[in-house]
Write a protein that binds this ligand. Structure first.
Ligand SMILES: Nc1nc2c(ncn2[C@@H]2O[C@H](COP(=O)(O)OP(=O)(O)OP(=O)(O)O)[C@@H](O)[C@H]2O)c(=O)[nH]1
Ligand SMILES: [Mg+2]
Length: 272
């Protein structure tokens, strides 16, 4: 099934705010694994590292290569106001489908309904779908489970930063980038990083360096098998439903076993 852009916009609107029951109503009867869907690429890294700028610059080149591209940009939702910071949109003047979605309760840099939004994009005829995660400082493995290639962005800085990141966010990446290559310290950062992860690309959206190399490095990566992606889709939905039920349940006077059985029984009761 291929959705046109207007149908896609409507479906993404519905799915962005959808409860678990609504997600099931929209995509419950579609097969989980979309084979031959668009290639998915995730961009992640600490706040302000340059994700949106880099995606904007790369996307322009990608479109020139004739690639039909969609970008899903996850915006942080303020825990205080619940509102999303919409100023942080990617600026792309060329022909790219860009969509911003709030992160909501998710605290891993993703958004609760990400698998569902990506599934909708799968069926819309794009060659590639890129995802910008919320800037998380620590490792966020979720993104690895829903895309083929993860690009981790690191800012120029001191070696201490590399050590701090060593066990964390770096292992999430398939491709590693030092951003803001026009700033002092970028090359040094890249060589320190290269000692840990292998190849590193230094980019700058100011002078354009490294952009073609980065696209080539991304293209060098393969596709990830779809099995874990499907499991992630189901896991995310079940986790959300369990959370919904737990919010309503009064478990204070129960044992752990009783509370667990209560939730499992409720879930079983929902099977139609
Ligand atoms: N000098 C220089 N500045 C850059 C470069 N790329 C981005 N910046 C600046 O870095 C700041 C943050 O850039 P963004 O692209 O918004 O970073 P981000 O990672 O998307 O930020 P969040 O989404 O808020 O986490 C902006 O002021 C950019 O102008 C670069 O290559 N060189
Ligand atoms: Mg951004």
């Amino acid at each position: 099934m291929t959705l046109n852009r207007r149908e896609l916009g409507r479906r993404l609107n519905t799915l962005t705010d959808a409860s678990v029951a609504e997600v099931l109503a929209v995509r419950g009867d579609e097969p989980l694994t979309a084979t031959d869907g668009p290639r998915r690429i995730g961009f992640t890294g600490p706040p302000g590292v340059g994700k949106s700028s880099l995606i904007g610059a790369l996307a322009r080149r990608r479109v020139e290569q004739g690639v039909d591209l969609a970008v899903l940009c996850i915006d942080p939702t303020s825990p205080v106001s619940g509102g999303s910071i919409l100023g942080d949109r990617i600026r792309i003047d060329s022909d790219v489908y860009v969509r911003s979605v709030p992160s909501r309760q998710a605290n891993d840099g993703l958004t609760d309904n990400l698998p569902d939004l990506l599934a909708a994009l799968d069926g819309s005829g794009f060659d590639e779908v890129w995802v910008e995660t919320v800037g998380v400082g620590q490792a966020a493995y979720g993104i690895r489970r829903c895309v083929d290639t993860v690009v981790v962005l690191v800012p120029p800085g001191s070696g201490d930063t590399v050590q701090a990141m060593k066990a964390g966010i770096l292992e999430v990446g398939d491709v590693h980038v030092v951003t803001k290559g026009d700033r002092p310290g970028a090359e040094q950062m890249a060589s320190e990083l290269a000692a840990i992860v292998g190849g590193v690309v230094v980019t700058s959206t100011v002078d354009g360096r490294g952009l073609d190399d980065l696209l080539a490095a991304i293209d060098h990566q393969g596709r990830r098998p779809n099995g874990d992606r499907s499991r992630y889709d189901v896991e995310r939905l079940i986790t959300r439903r369990a959370r919904e039920l737990l919010r309503k349940a009064d478990v204070a006077d129960l044992t752990l076993r009783q509370a667990y059985h209560h939730i499992i029984r409720t879930l079983e009761g929902e099977i139609q």
